[in-house]
Each structure stands twice: as C-alpha cells, then as structure tokens.
Design a protein around this ligand. Structure first.
Ligand SMILES: [Zn+2]
Ligand SMILES: [Zn+2]
Length: 449
C-alpha cells in the first residue's frame, strides 16, 4: 500500500452532516473531526462539499477483452473514477466470456494495472453464457480475482433447473447469483416497453410480466435453496412489489435499479433515437415512481449503473437494429441527486448507503463475511469498500459539489463510447475529487493520474 502524500480535507460535510476535517495517510482515514491539522499534508478546501464513501458499482460493462472499440478497463475505470467510484463489478459478457479462472484473473489484473478503482470481475453463471451448463464457479471463486458475484447478464438464466443448481452451488462459499430477469419467450424481438406507446410507434413490446415472472420464480428458488439472489436493473412497479414481498419473508434477496430507470420514461422512444434503447427498456411514469419509492424505502438495495458502452456504428442507426444499452458511470451520482435528493426522497446519508455501503455488502467488500463474521485469513484478501468516513477506514471517498450544475456533454467524458441518454440535459452536482486508498484518482474534477 502506498505511503506517499498525506492529505487533509478541510471542512467537507461527511454524508451531508456537519462539517468535519478528514486526514488521509497510508491508505487510511487516520483522523476525522473538527479542527484537524496535519504537518506536511496537502490541504483540500472542502467547504460546501459533500464527502461520501467511494461509490461501488455492482453492474458495469467494461467490454475488455473483446470489444476494446467500445471500452477498455483503462477507459472504463477512468469514467468510474470521474463518477466518484472506487470499485466496480465488471460483467462477464466479454469475448472471451469471463467463465474461467483465467479470464477473471486477466480482467482483475488489468484493473490493478489501471489503478483507478478496484475492478471486481463478475463470473458467468453458465459456460459461454450459453445457458446450458454451469461455468467453473468454484474455480473463479478460488482464483486470485476472488469472484463472489456471478451473472449471465445480457441474458437471463431462464432454465429453472439450472438456476436452482447455480443457487445451490454458490451457497457453499457464500456467493450470489445476479439475475438479468427477462423471460426470453415473452420478449422475442422486443424493442421497447410494451404499452400503448409501443403500439403507436409500431415497435415490438417488452412486457413488464417478462421481468416480474422471472423475479417471482427466482425469489421462490432462492428461498427453496436457502441461497442468495441479487436482481439486476429492476424496472417495473410489479417487480418492486414482488421483491418487497420476498424480503418480508426474510429471504436473501437484494436488488438494484439503474440511474436511467430512476429518471427517464418510455416516452423518449417516440424520438426513435436509439440512445434511449436499453434492456430492460425505459418504462412508464408509474414505474419510475415505484422504483424511486422502492429505493427510498430500501426494498431496492442499491443503484447500479449498467454502464453499457457501444461504439457509434452500433447505436447511431435505425432503432430496430441498434444495440441495447447506455453509459452511466460518469453521471450516476448526479442523476441520483436529481431523481432522489432534489425530490426529497433520499438524503446524502441514504445516498451513501444505496451507492456505497449496500453494494459493497452485496459484493462482499466490507471486510466481513456474508454471515457477519470476520473475513477468512486464507486466500487473497478482497479490497474493503463501503466503510464509514471515520478513523481506521480505508481512505476511499468522493468529494461532491452539490451546488454545481452543468449540461452533460458526451465529448467531455472519459468513456470510449458516447451513448449517454443524458446528453444535453442539465444535471446538478459535480464530482470534485475521488480518493482510492488515500491516493487521488480525480482532483478538481479531472483525472489526477
Ligand atoms: Zn442486464
Ligand atoms: Zn448489464
């Protein structure tokens, strides 16, 4: 661990509370409180800035290996750092698929070389994402990458028996299966949310029931097996109801919502601009209201970006042939600010919970095991995230200016792709600085290295 420059952040407001100083050294927060001084430290004036624990994304597509024209581990983690993230989970739908110890270790090493945020590879559930046979889940868990989250994201594990076996398998080492809930037969050729508008626009509909049926099934399977299920990108009001019911039973089910599903509706499809084409699709205003309420009351545990970069030629084409997906790392905190904080549904402490503490817990990065005990001494240690901004915690944090406002310009983003649905939109806030284990990755809103 680096023992380089010491830093003193003066007068920022930890999770939106009263101002305090934070002294950073040797990768840790070494002191937190009013009136600190630190000889020889670089001082950052944190007046009017919010300090949050470094954000943790459970759902990022970094595209490397295989689609380096869309994103690389380097460019994707630059985007992450600029968005205030200190850890991202890299989805497995790369080429080759991250379904062996070798591939997940390659992605993990590339993340370490970039050094901008911790890259936690997600392992595929099924070999080649083909949905036929389980991938080498145990070998990926035991690898240097120490995989704990498994997902065929981009595809649904639609075979119920295979899903059951996957849940049983990861139970042995406390892993979690993250499901992309999409019943394939109900969504053949689907292009946008199924509703009045899809009929008007002549685009094949993606019905809410195709998501909700899989979520209900998998909650029941997770309960039956006694294993842990995470539900990716919840997008419908019915899904929120089902998850609320499953949690009321005490089942080990967690869920995420994307920034775009918190802010945007299916009416944007009327533009036929494929920048608004995403899977699951943008839904109705009632669905947006329901996912916001679910995130506010904790039914939905966390915000995850589903950052899905695509090159121009795959997005700037006709809607029916355009790729699904939106970038999100560089705008997530600002979108949550607009959708949840400015509307009074979350305070900054709750934002820290939904964007750092809980996703770190689901990804098993809080330094404790799933059952609350200490992490085992054997094997490579996972990095620690989602800890409070107090002395002794790793110095993973973001400084955010809530009073700033600016228009989103994709040309100014670090992502190699430009498919942000927020282009041209004025959003509140600005990430001023991001620290990873006491070293700045972002300073003055720009990459620090
Ligand atoms: Zn997905
Ligand atoms: Zn995804």
């Amino acid at each position: 661990m680096s023992s380089g420059q010491r830093w003193l952040v003066k007068g920022a407001r930890p999770v939106g509370g009263p101002p305090a100083d934070l002294a950073l050294a040797d990768g840790l927060i070494v002191a937190a409180g009013p009136g600190l001084s630190a000889a020889g430290a670089q001082v950052i004036d944190g007046t009017d800035l919010i300090a949050l624990p470094g954000l943790v994304d459970l759902h990022t597509h970094l595209r490397e290996p295989g689609r380096e024209d869309a994103e690389t581990v380097q460019s994707g983690t630059e985007a992450a750092a600029l968005g205030g993230y200190t850890a991202v989970h890299a989805m497995a739908n790369t080429d080759p698929v991250a379904d062996t110890a070798g591939v997940v270790e390659q992605i993990w090493r590339l993340g370490g070389q970039a050094g901008l945020c911790d890259v936690r590879p997600v392992g595929a559930v099924t070999a080649g994402l083909a949905g036929a046979h389980l991938a080498e889940l145990g070998a990926m868990a035991d690898s240097a990458a120490r995989v704990r989250v498994f997902s065929d994201d981009g595809r649904c594990v639609s075979d119920a028996a295979l899903m059951r076996r996957a849940l049983e398998y990861v139970k042995a080492f406390g892993g979690v299966i993250a499901q992309h809930a999409q019943e394939p037969r109900l969504t053949e050729g689907a292009q946008m949310n199924e509703g009045e508008l899809s009929g008007v626009l002549g685009l094949t509909g993606w019905p809410a029931v195709a998501e909700e049926a899989i979520i209900a099934r998998d909650c029941l399977l997770a309960a039956h097996v006694g294993s842990t299920l995470h539900i990716c990108h919840v997008s419908t009001a019915g899904s929120v109801e089902i998850i609320r019911w499953a949690k009321s039973k005490g089942w080990r089910v967690t869920a995420e919502v994307t920034p775009h599903h918190l802010l945007l509706t299916d009416e944007l499809a009327a533009s036929y601009d494929p920048v608004f084409k995403v899977n699951p699709p943008l839904r109705t205003r009632a669905d947006v209201d329901a996912v916001r309420a679910g995130l506010a009351d904790g039914t939905i545990d966390c915000v995850a970006t589903d950052h899905a970069p695509h090159p121009v030629e795959d997005k700037e084409t006709e809607w029916p042939v355009a790729a699904f997906g939106m970038t999100g790392l560089e705008t997530a905190l600002r979108v949550v600010h607009a959708a949840m904080v400015e509307t009074g549904q979350l305070d900054w402490a709750a934002v820290a919970d939904r964007m750092s503490v809980r996703p770190a817990a689901i990804g098993q990065l809080t330094g404790a095991t799933a059952d609350g005990g200490a992490a085992p001494a054997a094997g490579p240690a996972a990095p620690v995230h989602g800890r409070p901004l107090t002395a002794g915690s790793p110095a993973n944090l973001v400084l955010y200016d809530p009073a700033a406002r600016s228009v989103i310009d994709p040309r100014l983003q670090a992502s190699r792709s430009r498919n942000t649905p927020f282009a041209g939109l004025e959003l509140p806030g600005q990430v001023v600085a991001t620290f990873l284990r006491g070293e700045p990755t972002v300073l003055d809103g720009k990459l620090a290295r």
